[in-house]
Design a protein around this ligand. Structure first.
Ligand code: IVH
Length: 672
């Protein structure tokens, strides 16, 4: 391809990729598959590798590319970032309007735009000729820090606008503001991931977002699920909307995420107040943390004309939700064991009402945090609750101590199985390392069912299965007969049948699913997908030497070591073998000529073959077949190599069991 053609193709690819990222990350409604999307990015990467002169800073391949920096450079903002006056009820909202009305001609009609007051970090974004050229933190409101490389990694932040074909052409210079935050569901996942990697989870989404944005290494930022909502235009050297409501629509048309689920235009202050009350009632269903709402005079020239008082604009006010914090007594601490054996403390509280819900348990995150904040049993503590997630203990009120408080110490033995607890050097985690620990079994089973998408198998069913001794590991699910299910509480015919069908259906999940479902530390959905694509089968992954694991992009030395350690354990290898025998797909689809072609067939091997018998046996098992040691009526085939053993050979002839060679075996699988 010549440079001119390549340039045109690269441009076209960027346009398409930008559009599909926007559909995926911002609109949450992709119109192509992940695979098709990856193919576009791969093609662009290949083109840029071949013609490096075509790489542009705003290319979607450049989201992560910058080297770690030694520090952040200061940048002056084009206009100061102010704070807002606050209101907590209808009367205060009315007082605000009265103050404004006095400054305006009598009976000036006012409309308002209501938006979430995001609890994130304000950022200022500069676009020139449609490309992101600078992104800065709020700083002290006048001077912030240049964090462009970190902001580039945020998938919902457009590197070039407009994102969608047919979107409005932005003015040459466009400077806008928005808030960077972590959505509540992503926060949960992030903390889970950190916990499993033995790292300290974040106390709340805002801390997580702040810590991630101010990373000197953008590669770390790129791994954090940051999200951007846009809400304000600071400067535009061309036509820009004259109302806040239209501004939001315009930002959306350019390809920014705006809080459409909340944003609303109201024509009276009464409507604003009603809307505030309605939103307060459903604040738990918001996908992010919000302190309340921001109410803005919709007419922007009018709002700006009102000026500021005490450094706060008159044209907008923050309506604060009633606090989601409460104080109560920490009565006791419960220790629970996760699937990887990590022991986490949960606070048992004197029940307290918090934002309309009675709270009696709260997360203490981990023992490091407990120690750092010096939280003790018997303390009066502040608890915080956001969304539907479990509330957490913010910290103790030290002034209210009477000396009866007791430090919280990690347990010495596992609360489930009683085995000694380990605390590996340099790790935050306290671990139960007994693989047979019932609590871990329950959690592993629950996790397996979740990842393999086995509908109807939740934690309580998993607990029953383990308690009744019906299941040792997840592979047993595939052989558990209906009668066994029927012995469980609450299981009638229909429910058992549905579960059996769901379990059977899970045999055919894509390879990345089963790799994730194994529950290897550090191998979540993303890493599992990388491993599946690279190795193509569980067998190949199991036998990969550490250096080839660590050479895979996206796999660090810790994860590589964790994978090796997992497969080194007898117990885990047995699990894989059992899954194989149960007919669970352990190889990528394309590597399998006919997946499960040997399911239901039994083989016996004799004589010398081209590979060790164990290898041939593993191969047969990978196609769903079973390998046994002696010939019987149930044997489907005797696979005979050179110098076959007389006994097996004779028995097969006697029983009429077909005797085949290695080539025929491979033909049977359709592998030749
Ligand atoms: S408009 C005078 N809109 O929260 C500044 N700000 O509580 C008005 N914030 O300083 C800016 N969500 O940093 C605006 N929807 C929103 C916001 C928002 C969060 C930030 C902003 C502001 C502070 C005010």
């Amino acid at each position: 391809m010549d440079l001119v053609t390549a340039r045109a193709r690269a441009e076209k690819l960027r346009e398409e990729i930008n559009h599909h990222s926007y559909r995926y990350y911002v609109l949450n409604s992709p119109v192509i598959s992940d695979g098709e999307f990856d193919a576009l990015v791969d093609e662009l990467r290949a083109l840029e590798a071949q013609f490096p002169e075509l790489v542009t800073l705003d290319s979607p391949t450049q989201r992560v590319g910058a080297e770690p920096s030694a520090g952040f450079v200061k940048v002056a903002h084009p206009a100061p970032i102010l704070s807002l006056d606050k209101a907590t009820d209808r009367a205060e909202l009315r007082a605000w309007r009265t103050r404004i009305a006095k400054l305006l001609p009598a009976d000036t009609p006012l409309s308002y735009t209501v938006e979430p007051n995001f609890d994130g970090l304000t950022v200022v974004l500069h676009y020139h000729a449609g490309s992101l050229t600078l992104g800065a933190t709020r700083g002290d409101g006048h001077v912030g820090e240049n964090i462009t490389s970190n902001l580039r990694t945020i998938q919902s932040l457009p590197l070039r606008i407009p994102c969608a074909p047919g979107g409005p052409q932005p003015p040459d210079t466009l400077i806008l503001r928005g808030e960077v935050l972590i959505l509540l569901r992503d926060f949960e996942t992030l903390n889970q991931r950190l916990l499993e990697a033995g790292e300290t989870p974040f106390a709340n989404p805002r801390n997580a977002a702040a810590g991630s944005l101010r990373q000197l290494d953008p590669r770390i930022t790129a791994q954090r699920p940051l999200f951007l909502y846009a809400y304000q235009i600071v400067t535009a050297d061309g036509p820009a909307p004259e109302s806040q409501w239209e501004t939001l629509a315009y930002l959306k048309a350019l390809g920014f995420a705006v809080a459409e689920d909340v944003n609303r235009r109201c024509d009276s202050l009464e409507a604003v107040s009603d809307y505030c009350a309605a939103l307060n009632a459903r604040r738990d269903s918001l996908p992010y943390e919000a302190d309340g709402l921001v109410i803005k005079i919709d007419d922007l020239p009018l709002a700006n004309g009102l000026g500021t008082v005490g450094g706060r604009p008159r044209g907008a006010i923050a309506y604060k939700f009633p606090p989601q914090e409460a104080t109560t007594r920490l009565l006791d601490v419960e220790f629970s064991v996760g699937r990887t054996g990590v022991i986490t403390p949960t606070a048992l509280l004197e029940p307290v009402s918090l934002a309309g819900v009675t709270v009696s348990r709260a997360s203490l995150h981990n023992f490091d945090l407990v120690q750092e904040r010096d939280i003790r049993t018997g303390d009066r503590v502040v608890i915080h609750r956001a969304g539907d997630v479990i509330p957490y203990v913010v910290g103790p009120i030290r002034d209210l101590r009477d000396g009866h408080e007791r430090p919280i110490v990690p347990p010495e033995v596992c609360p489930s199985c009683g085995e000694p607890v380990a605390h590996p050097e340099g790790e935050v985690a306290y671990l139960c390392i007994n693989a047979a620990c019932p609590a871990q079994r329950v959690q592993r089973l629950n996790y397996f069912a979740h990842v393999m998408d086995i509908e109807g198998l939740g934690e309580s069913t998993a607990a029953q299965l383990v308690e009744h001794g019906l299941i040792e590991d997840p592979a047993d699910l595939y052989t558990l007969p209906k009668e066994a299910w029927l012995t469980l509480e609450g299981f009638a015919d229909k429910k058992a049948e549905n579960l059996l069908a769901a379990i059977a259906g899970s045999r055919e999940r894509p390879l990345r699913r089963i790799i994730a479902a194994l529950g290897i530390r550090g191998v979540g959905a993303t890493v599992a997908a990388v491993l599946a694509a690279h190795f193509g089968s569980v067998a190949a992954l199991a036998s990969a030497p550490p250096e080839s694991l660590a050479a895979v992009e996206g796999i660090g030395p810790l994860t590589a070591a964790s994978i090796r350690a997992w497969f080194a354990r007898e117990h885990n290898r047995r699990l894989v073998a059992k899954l194989q025998r149960a007919g669970v797909r352990l190889a990528a689809e394309r590597a399998a000529p006919v997946a499960g072609v040997f399911t239901g067939r039994t083989f016996v091997i004799t004589g010398t073959l081209s590979q060790p018998r164990s290898e041939i046996a593993a191969w047969i098992e990978s196609w769903g077949g079973k390998v046994t040691g002696s010939v019987s009526r149930k044997t489907s085939y005797l696979v005979a190599g050179e110098n076959p053993g007389g006994a097996k050979f004779n028995k097969a002839q006697q029983l009429g069991v077909p005797i085949i060679g290695e080539d025929e075996l491979r033909q049977l699988a359709g592998a030749t």
